[in-house]
Write a protein that binds this ligand. Structure first.
Ligand code: SF4
Length: 315
């Protein structure tokens, strides 16, 4: 664990428990269950043991917010054609070597960070001003700023806005049960359908991610899943087939499935994903009977009517 000078003052975080008289604190937000000595930051870089209390440095400290087409998140079958107001902070609770948002996910708040707090009502007001229909917790991993997400989501609902979560799904059961019911739609990124891939490349485990997907399905929360294809790492027919078979069996063939292309990022040197690879995965889904399949917008117009680009909107 890192020991750095405190950044923002830090707001008491949920899911922290004191373990002993020396002020050791355990964080119960995600499956890492970090055990933190006073002054230490968790693996996510934004939850800290501050003098024996777990605090969230992300609380009311967004580092980015702006409006985007909801198709970019991506959602293809939820409020198609609408705009979403994105909010993000620093940090992430996975350590994917290929991360496309590494400037946010691998950063933490600088020591002495004293930017003004942005209350939830201001985020909601900005979303309305930009004509958005939803607020999207969708830049870095929103699980790690759960306290702020829950406050914004509650304020957003009061104003008639929807809430959408774009997440790695790496969260423990109790926080999931508090966070997900506030969401109208969730997109979970399944990084690769193998425990070995998660443990060696992502710094986590696959099963909690699958549990999050099943939670959405069982509780009637609109769910879309995304598979970022990385050549030679997670794009084998076996891995894609295993992923699709699991989705078909546990979530249903009507689950929207997105296949997206990887570009070298964060020092990861795998070559970019080819168009053929993305289209081949999408075709494998349609051959299995999936009815809502999407490829990212850089792909050519799909020949099969069951395959869409999210920007096309959806039926
Ligand atoms: S949320 Fe952060 S501090 Fe908490 S267990 Fe996960 S990585 Fe550790």
């Amino acid at each position: 664990m890192k020991k750095l000078p405190p950044a923002c003052s830090g707001h008491p975080a949920l899911f922290g428990t004191t373990e002993d008289a020396k002020g050791i604190v355990r964080c119960g937000l995600c499956p890492h269950r970090c055990r933190l000595a006073p002054g230490e930051l968790g693996l996510c870089r934004v939850r800290r043991n501050q003098a024996g209390t777990l605090v969230a440095e992300t609380y009311r400290h967004p580092v980015a917010e702006h409006a985007d087409p909801i198709s970019m998140l991506p959602f293809g079958w939820f409020l198609p054609g609408s705009s979403a107001y994105r909010v993000g902070t620093f940090g992430c609770n996975l350590a994917c070597e290929f991360c496309l948002e590494d400037q946010l996910s691998r950063s933490s708040y600088p020591a002495g960070y004293d930017a003004p707090e942005i209350p939830p009502e201001d985020i909601v007001e900005n979303a309305l001003r930009f004509g958005c229909d939803s607020i999207a917790y969708a830049m870095n991993e929103p699980t790690i700023f759960i306290e702020y997400v829950m406050e914004i989501a509650t304020a957003a609902r009061r104003e008639g806005l929807k809430n959408v979560l774009v997440s790695n799904g790496y969260i423990l059961s109790r926080p999931r049960q508090m966070l997900y019911p506030l969401m109208d739609a969730v997109n979970i990124s399944i990084k690769g359908f193998s425990e070995e891939f998660y443990s060696s490349i992502c710094g986590g485990h696959l099963q909690p991610v699958l549990d999050s997907c099943e939670y959405c399905r069982k509780n009637g929360i609109h769910l879309e899943v995304t598979d970022l294809l990385i050549p030679r790492y997670n794009d084998s027919g076996k891995m894609i087939g295993g992923f699709l078979d699991w989705v078909a069996e546990r979530l249903g063939r009507d689950t929207p499935v997105h296949f997206t292309a990887y570009h070298p990022a964060g020092g990861f040197t795998a070559p970019p994903t080819t168009v053929d690879s993305v289209m081949s995965a999408a075709n494998a889904a349609t051959l299995r009977g999936f009815t809502r399949v999407a490829t990212n917008t850089e792909m050519p117009e799909p020949a099969c009517p069951a395959i869409q680009k999210p920007s096309c909107g959806a039926a």
